[in-house]
Every structure is written in structure tokens, then in C-alpha cells.
Design a protein around this ligand. Structure first.
Ligand SMILES: [Zn+2]
Length: 444
């Protein structure tokens, strides 16, 4: 008799429960437009999670982070070795908006059909929230004591930067995360099929930094009918066009290098340094994701100037969405100086990049938990071009990973489902992830 069969009840109940939990969570509309005035559902979702935890015996902490309705729930399960750092398992409850007229099913229906759970949040990230919740309940209900404390955190406002969620809690309630040394959450642990029956599972070890930059040019106001050499709109748009067309240099960070080496080994694709983008393009659906981690980007997204056709304004502004690779901030700013010139003022908001190494016992446990369910699997690190709540938790010195395991069909364009129309997650993938996480949480 194996140790598992002798001591530990089967994870079956959690596997059955996870589908219903994902569906019910999707039915709670937690749309986050970024405008705090329009917030809906985060409190209801947090209360739903808190009730599910309380039902099996957890003491939960409910916190509204800085504004009414921005509900967060945190609960801790004590481990057998108090000398070890706690593991934080965090997930956000909010979702981006969805336009029902574009969808095949209603985005807040949580429909379970054709082998999928459908709806806004199905992959970002009520899937992982449901798996975490199912397993928090399983561990408590079955009296299983993990090796280390596990802190389960269900959070508001990730989709608008976490100012009313993770970031607020990190600044105002760090006590809730006391002792946490490592964390897992979204956008990692999913599979890509590299050849028949062989899957690589991409574990997020790095994130590009986010920097939303406002550019401002001041000029002389004047009449639109006159010769005018100091036009703020002209100067600003020239600078914005130069920046928008600029290509930042290719930089191979450690995470990306290790990812490409692993893919080469599995597929035989060679990534030539002189045609990196050409070779990454051969990766199929994930080329878009990986391609965005090869260089810094600066995409102009908003323009604002003027108030009347015949008045030259004295001020013109633009917003640029910049995503900066780990270690590149200084070099990035030096390039900006050259491209923008001295007349353009700039102002930033954002969060720095993250990068951790793909090694150590926690990574070994992730790999072992996946291989136990998918013996031919290989795990690889990768960098996310976007940002998550990990950026906030890293400020507490927590080492953060994206590990929300899903075994996906080979032909599913997974990255397109994030914030996409007809967002959905395979039922089998949810069950697979629940089994992987069960083993991982018990042993890590
Ligand atoms: Zn997300």
C-alpha cells in the first residue's frame, strides 16, 4: 500500500467541487473597469469565498482595502513545521469587463458545456481561485496538515493595479502575510504541447516592469491662423511618433534564455541570436507572449491637447505604456532621453520588473507534482510580459511564481483567452490542476 493510499484520502471531492466553484465564482460579476465608482461584485465574491472557508472550519479575515466594497479574504492553514516560511497562495477575484453581445454564451453565466467552464474570469483567474478554494477546503476537511503554513489570499482590484487589493494590503496589512517566503498565483503552470504527447509546463519566474508614462510638452499659446514656431502639439506628436516607432534592443534575460534552451532541447528548434524574433515566431500560439519578453516596449496609448480648432494650446500630453525588462530601467531611460529630447517632460507610475531563479525545493516540488500527473512533462521557466499582484507581494521579500497548473488541449490558443471573447477553461484542466496542486500543497 502506498503512503498516499494509506494515510491520505483521495482528492476526488475537491476535483468534483472545483468545477462548481469556478462556475459559481464566474456568476458573481466582479467587473473592474479601473474606475472605483463602477465597482461591483468584489464584496459578494469575497463573502462567497469566506463562507466556503468558514463552512469547513477556517477563521477568515475580511478586509476592505481602502474603499467600500473592495473585499479581500485571507485565511491561514497551520503547517507541521513552524520553523519554515509560509507559502502564500493568492488569487484575484476581479475580472475585466466583457461585452455580452460578442460572446457565444453570457460572460457571467458560468455555463458548463462542451467540456469547458465558460465566462469572464475562466482563465483570469477564477480557475485558480476555484482550485485554491477547493484545496483549502479539502485540506481542512480531511484533516491534512501541510509541511508549512499556507496563507490563502483572495484579492480585489488586480486588473487595475491592485491599489485597492494586493498593493493596499502590502502597505497597510503586511501582518496578514507574516512569515511568507514564497508565493504562487496566476499565469503559469499551463501546458504547451511541444510534440505528440509531450507537454512543457511554463512556470512564471519573471515579469516585465510596468511603467505608464505621461509625456508633457509646453509651448506658446496662440491664434491658429498665425505663423507659430512653438506649437506644443507639433513637438509632442513628433516625439511620440519617434518613440512609437523606436525598437529597443533585443535583450536575453536569464528566464527567457532558459526557456528557449528548454524548448530547443524538446523540439530541435534553434534560436539564432541574429534572428531571435524569426525563430520565436515558429513557436505558434505562444510566440506572441514570448516575443513580448525579448525587448522593452513603449506603446503610445493616449493623446490629449487643445480645446478649439483655432487655438494653439500651450500644453500637449501623451500617455505611453512602457514595459521594461529586468535590469533595463537605466538603459531604457537613457534611450528615452535621446528619443524624446530635452523639451518633453515625463512622469511615471508603475511597478518594477521581477525575476527569480528557476531552482530550489519549491520549484522541485512544482515539477514533481506535474510529473506525477503527466509523466512525460517538462517544466520550464518563462517571463510574463504583463504584470500581476506578484509585483506587490515581492515588496514584502516574497519570492513569487506563476503556478496555476492546467493541462491544455494542444490546439487551444490559451493566451488569446485572457481578457478575450469566449474566455473558457477545460473542465479536465481544472481537475488536473486540482490534483497537481493537491500534491504540491501537501508536500512543498
Ligand atoms: Zn489575472
Amino acid at each position: 500500500m502506498t503512503e498516499r493510499a494509506r494515510d491520505i484520502p483521495d482528492t476526488g471531492v475537491a476535483e468534483e467541487e472545483v468545477v462548481g466553484l469556478a462556475s459559481e465564482l464566474i456568476r458573481i460579476d466582479t467587473t473592474n473597469t479601473g474606475d472605483p465608482e463602477t465597482v461591483v461584485g468584489e464584496r459578494a465574491a469575497a463573502e462567497y469565498v469566506a463562507a466556503k472557508l468558514a463552512e469547513v472550519g477556517y477563521e477568515t479575515t475580511y478586509v476592505e482595502s481602502g474603499a467600500p466594497g473592495r473585499g479581500n479574504v485571507v485565511a491561514r492553514l497551520a503547517g507541521s513545521d513552524p520553523g519554515r516560511g509560509a507559502l502564500l497562495v493568492h488569487g484575484h477575484l476581479d475580472v475585466v469587463p466583457a461585452d455580452a453581445s460578442e460572446w457565444s454564451v453570457h460572460p457571467f453565466s458560468g455555463a458548463v458545456q462542451d467540456g469547458y467552464v465558460w465566462g469572464r474570469g475562466a482563465v483570469d483567474m477564477k480557475d485558480m481561485v476555484a482550485m485554491s478554494l477547493a484545496l483549502a477546503r479539502r485540506l481542512k476537511r480531511d484533516g491534512i496538515t501541510p509541511k508549512r503554513d499556507i496563507i490563502f489570499a483572495f484579492l480585489a482590484d488586480e486588473e487595475a493595479g491592485g491599489h485597492y487589493g494586493a498593493q493596499w494590503l502590502v502597505e497597510n496589512r503586511p501582518d496578514l502575510f507574516e512569515g511568507a517566503t514564497e508565493a504562487i498565483s496566476e499565469v503559469g503552470g499551463f501546458s504547451i504541447t511541444v510534440k505528440d504527447g509531450v507537454r512543457a509546463y511554463l512556470i512564471e519566474t519573471a515579469e516585465k516592469g510596468i511603467a505608464w508614462m505621461t509625456l508633457r510638452v509646453r509651448g506658446r499659446a496662440g491664434h491658429g491662423s498665425m505663423i507659430h514656431e512653438d506649437n506644443a502639439v507639433t513637438k509632442l506628436t513628433e516625439a511620440v511618433a519617434r518613440l512609437g516607432r523606436h525598437r529597443f534592443p533585443l535583450v536575453l534575460t536569464d528566464s527567457v534564455r532558459e526557456f528557449l534552451a528548454g524548448i530547443s532541447e524538446l523540439t530541435g528548434i534553434q534560436f539564432e541570436e541574429d534572428d531571435l524574433e524569426g525563430s520565436v515566431a515558429k513557436l505558434g500560439n505562444i510566440a506572441r507572449m514570448i516575443g513580448a519578453t525579448l525587448r522593452d516596449t513603449a506603446n503610445p496609448t493616449m493623446l490629449n491637447a487643445g480645446y478649439k480648432s483655432n487655438v494653439i494650446p500651450s500644453l500637449a500630453e501623451a500617455t505611453v505604456d512602457c514595459r521594461i525588462l529586468p535590469g533595463r530601467q537605466e538603459a531604457f531611460e537613457r534611450e528615452l532621453d535621446e528619443i524624446l529630447g530635452p523639451d518633453v517632460e515625463r512622469e511615471w507610475v508603475g511597478l518594477p520588473p521581477l525575476e527569480t531563479t528557476f531552482d530550489g525545493p519549491l520549484v522541485d516540488h512544482m515539477t514533481a507534482s506535474i510529473i506525477a500527473e503527466d509523466p512525460a512533462a517538462k517544466t520550464l521557466p518563462y517571463m510574463l510580459s504583463g504584470g500581476t499582484d506578484a509585483k506587490s507581494f515581492a515588496q514584502l521579500g516574497i519570492r513569487c511564481f506563476g503556478f496555476a497548473p492546467l493541462q491544455l488541449p494542444a490546439d487551444l490558443d490559451f493566451s488569446a483567452l485572457f481578457h478575450g471573447v469566449d474566455e473558457r477553461v477545460p473542465v479536465d484542466a481544472l481537475k488536473f490542476g486540482t490534483r497537481v496542486l493537491d500534491r504540491f500543497l501537501r508536500n512543498c
